[in-house]
Design a protein around this ligand. Structure first.
Ligand code: ACO
Ligand SMILES: O=CC(=O)O
Ligand code: MG
Length: 530
């Protein structure tokens, strides 16, 4: 790594690239420095509290709705801010990394919203992070284009999806931007660079600076985001309350604080999303020591399982009670090149979206442009001319802590095929991620950081509880690594083995594979994509 610039107190350690200076301006770095100065201590404290809570759960503490905040839940009088321009009708939302071609395709896809993802779908190489910000800036300026080596041209059309940006989670750092040698919070970097360059431009274009907030674990983390928004708006002279943020409820602890999270962000809230994949990951991880939380093969855990249904029902109920949108999650199936397989995939996605629309969700996510018409058709069937169904308050729903945690009922031992599939998916995803690709289609399913986390954490849990032996996993690991190396001779097989062993077979279960693999394998090593 070389030092390319020192401004204010933020130092740039990443390799310079074409047009990077348009993003890493002295003023933008100064803005990041101010956010860091104001919030880094609170972030550290909250991360420490995450660790303490995980330890409490691991030693058998119960998880329940908070006894400290009954007034927030009981008070029927508060509502979140009204839906902002471009976020009133959200029946179809497409997600994906802010890669240049995909940025254009997503904005043109016919979806209402595009979630530009620096989190689960992005491998956080320096090039992806700064390049992604450049693509967003060009998109907001409506000057983005792209031509393939074969001459296929991409341009923006007339009707574009509303842009919503998902910064990386609070647990991650950006090693290429440092203050006194300490890396900045990746959340503040992704949020801050986009906000600095695009907030006013989005307002001028009739929208605003909109965000999705990932992996929150409690309402104090929502309060931190709210304070970030307040300061960012103040520093740039943007009216208070212009930001809108949709929080992903994708940790088991956040599921117990949905009301409190909406309350903290009420001035800036655009609702909640059911981030089902990280939710499952979080559930397995937090209760990995409990035999009654052992889940079967990944493909046997569907959203109709009662404990997952309880989570989505509670999410709709909570949002609509507070005048907020409830957005559904990602069905993993993506279309490919096999017509019969596609037909089966479309049927599964349709069932998933129908359940969501009937349950009261106001829209849902798709991972691929080919699924936009299907999702739209399903939600049209329920919403008709109405932009959403927030008025359906679902007062019939009552969910208890026990129902959210009733995983036992989904139980059953893993099969040999399920164990092998998790090992293969983990390795193939790690391989793509190390090459700078944060989402891939494997066997017709979208795999990203969240689904890979499930795959590796299930292996840890199954070994821990004797559902599969460590020796069997090691044998399958050797076989899958050999197969992968034969298919992709360039694969960094020993790095993949190390990531897998450290995150799926270690004595203590690491909280995220991304944090460890980022520092050890993704950045700052010769041969890694910079
Ligand atoms: C758990 C969660 O957090 S879910 C949210 C995070 N995950 C994601 O966002 C994943 C988003 N999806 C993707 O990244 C992609 O769909 C993948 C990687 C799964 C598959 O991508 P590909 O292998 O390129 O699919 P495929 O070859 O079928 O693509 C066909 C076309 O659609 C485009 N496309 C595919 N997915 C997307 C997308 N999500 N956004 C925009 N364009 C897309 C491709 O760029 C390609 O365009 P082209 O014909 O102009 O070249
Ligand atoms: O981010 C979404 C998820 O399902 O995880
Ligand atoms: Mg997620």
């Amino acid at each position: 790594m070389s030092t390319t610039a020192v401004t204010h107190r933020v130092e740039v350690l990443g390799t310079p690239g074409e047009r990077y200076e348009e993003i890493l301006t002295p003023e933008a770095l100064d803005f990041l420095g101010r956010l860091d100065q104001a919030f880094s201590t609170r972030r550290f404290d909250l991360l420490a509290e995450r660790r303490r809570r995980a330890e409490r759960l691991a030693s058998g503490a119960a998880l329940d709705f908070s006894r400290a905040t009954p007034a927030v839940r009981a008070d029927p009088g508060w509502r979140v801010a009204p839906a902002a321009p471009g976020l009133v009708d959200r029946r179809v939302e497409i997600t994906g990394p802010p890669d240049r071609r995909m940025t254009i395709n997503a904005l043109n896809s016919g979806a209402c919203v595009w979630m530009a993802d620096f989190e689960d779908a992005t491998s956080p190489t320096w090039r992806n992070i700064v390049g992604g910000q450049l693509n967003l800036l060009d998109a907001v300026e409506r000057r983005i284009d792209f031509t393939t080596p074969e001459g296929k041209e991409y341009r923006l059309g007339e009707n574009l999806a509303t842009l919503v940006v998902r910064p990386r989670g609070w647990h991650l750092v950006e090693k290429h931007l440092v203050v006194d040698g300490r890396p900045l919070s990746a959340s503040l970097v992704d949020f801050g660079l986009y906000f600095f360059h695009c907030a006013q431009r989005q307002i001028d274009a009739g929208h605003g600076p909109y965000f999705y907030l990932p992996k929150l674990e409690n309402h104090y983390e929502a309060r931190l985001w709210n304070d970030v928004f307040l300061l960012a708006q103040e520093l740039l002279g943007i009216p208070r309350g212009t930001v809108r943020a949709t929080v992903l409820i994708e940790t088991i602890t956040a599921a117990f604080e949905m009301e409190e999270i909406l309350y903290e962000l009420r001035e800036h809230s655009a609702g909640l999303n059911a981030g089902r994949w990280d939710y499952l990951f979080s559930l397995i991880k937090n209760f990995a020591h409990r035999p009654d939380f052992v889940l079967p093969d990944r493909d046997r855990v569907t959203m109709t399982a009662p404990f997952l249904r309880a989570y989505t029902e509670l999410l709709v109920r909570t949002c609509h009670r507070r005048g907020a949108h409830a957005i559904g999650g990602m069905a993993a199936q993506v279309p490919g090149k096999d017509a019969a397989a596609d037909e089966a995939a479309f049927a599964k996605v349709r069932l998933d979206k129908e359940r969501e629309a009937e349950d009261g969700f106001d829209g849902s996510w798709v991972a691929h442009p080919g699924l936009v018409p299907l999702c739209r058709e399903v939600f049209d069937g329920v919403l008709g001319e109405h932009p959403h169904q927030v008025a359906r308050t679902r007062e019939d729903v009552e969910v208890t802590a026990a129902e959210l945690l009733a995983v036992r009922e989904a139980g059953g031992p893993p099969t040999d095929a399920g164990v092998r599939a998790n090992i293969a998916v983990s390795l193939r995803y790690f391989d793509a991620w190390l090459r700078g690709q944060g989402a891939v289609a494997l066997h017709g399913l979208m795999e990203d950081a969240a689904t890979a986390e499930i795959a590796r954490v299930q292996i840890w849990q199954w070994v821990r509880h004797g559902a599969v032996s460590r020796e069997s996993v090691e044998r399958l690991l050797d076989e899958e690594l050999t197969a992968l190396g034969a298919e992709y001779p360039w694969a960094r097989v020993e790095d993949l083995r190390e990531i897998f062993e450290r995150t799926a077979l270690a004595r203590e279960l690491p909280a995220f594979f991304t944090s460890d693999a980022y520092a050890r394998h993704l950045v700052g090593r010769p041969g890694t994509p910079s």
